[in-house]
Ligand binder design. Structure first.
Ligand code: MEV
Length: 309
């Protein structure tokens, strides 16, 4: 699955709880024998222009890290990997995590390793290091397990399922800008070190918001949930990971009636997310964003293998 972080991207890197959802769009990987050593990649995913070229060297590193973690020796007999599926390869919606999970699962099947979800998640985490350097693990976790998840990084990560009776409609808006998550994460680290007190206050509020948001989801209090998303966006602006395009799409979505809107993922470009319960509101918000020339994905939060196929 692709993913959308509902609350606390970036803060999650420092152990603040986050809420993440798998979305209904997914990546599929196929693995076949390859006559040469190493791997041959055919990437058939739809993608934001420049995404594939920009990410190619990170993608190669990511595959190598996963092969190593799985103990696969491809020096004599290699593999051909094909990536496809309906998840657009873009920044912020978990394209890298979804491809890591899909490749790990396909390799597990093809080498008859019979790996558990937990093992797949660990391998995908290793693969994510190729893209992020020091990922929190939130993306690969959502991608592996699906559904709506409370994720907190720690000595042992906390991964709790948040139950949602019915999936809720969202709109994801793509700024069309490919971004480097590692650079975004490094930027926060540097600014945090320089402004400890200010950042501590922002981080405290982010933590507080996570708990309030969990409660709002459980109570199905979507108006309140939307307000908390707006507030989360403000905190993300304060740590300087938003961008002009993201703020623009966020304001279009709110003006069109979204209950809340925020950037999602690494920021600095990539994607934003609007909470739009009900198909009618979802269409209205998506149309408003598309009218300005941006692409959208209409999907749901709370997607799991049972309700997506
Ligand atoms: C990227 O999707 C999410 C970040 O919080 C990085 C991470 O958690 O590894 C920005």
């Amino acid at each position: 699955f692709g993913k959308a972080i509902l609350f606390n991207e970036h803060f999650v890197v420092y152990g603040i709880p986050s809420i993440v959802s798998a979305i209904g769009n997914y990546t599929v990987a196929k693995v076949e024998p390859y006559e040469k050593s190493g791997f041959n990649l055919e990437d058939k995913r739809l993608a934001t222009p420049k995404y594939k070229a920009d990410k190619l060297s990170q993608q190669k590193e990511s595959f190598e890290l996963m092969f190593k973690k799985m103990g696969l020796d491809l020096s004599t007999n290699g593999v051909k990997i094909t990536l496809e599926g309906n998840l657009v390869a873009a920044s912020g919606i978990g394209a890298s995590a979804a491809s890591c999970v899909a490749v790990a699962r396909a390799l597990s099947d093809s080498y008859e390793l019979d790996l558990s979800d937990e093992q797949i998640n660990e391998i995908a985490y290793e693969g994510e290091k190729g893209y992020h350097g020091t990922p929190s693990g939130v993306d690969n976790t959502a991608s592996t397990y699906g559904g709506l998840i409370w994720f907190q990084k720690g000595e042992k990560n906390v991964i709790d399922r948040i139950s949602l009776l019915n999936p809720v409609e969202i709109v994801i808006g793509n700024t069309g800008k490919v971004t480097d998550t590692k650079a975004a994460v490094d930027g926060v680290k540097q600014r945090k070190e320089k402004n400890l007190k200010k950042y501590q206050e922002i981080f405290d509020r982010a933590e507080n918001i996570a708990y309030l948001a969990k409660r709002a989801i459980q109570d199905r209090a979507y108006t309140n949930l939307g307000k908390l998303m707006n507030e989360n966006h403000k905190l993300l602006q304060q740590i300087e990971v938003s961008s002009r395009e993201l703020d623009f799409l966020v304001s279009i979505a709110r003006d069109a009636g979204a209950l809340g809107a925020k950037l999602t993922g690494g920021g600095l470009g990539g994607n934003m997310l609007a909470l739009t319960p009900g198909k009618e509101l979802q269409n209205k918000v998506a149309t408003a964003i598309e009218k300005e020339g941006f692409q959208t994905v209409k999907t749901v939060i709370g997607a799991s293998r049972e309700n997506v196929e």
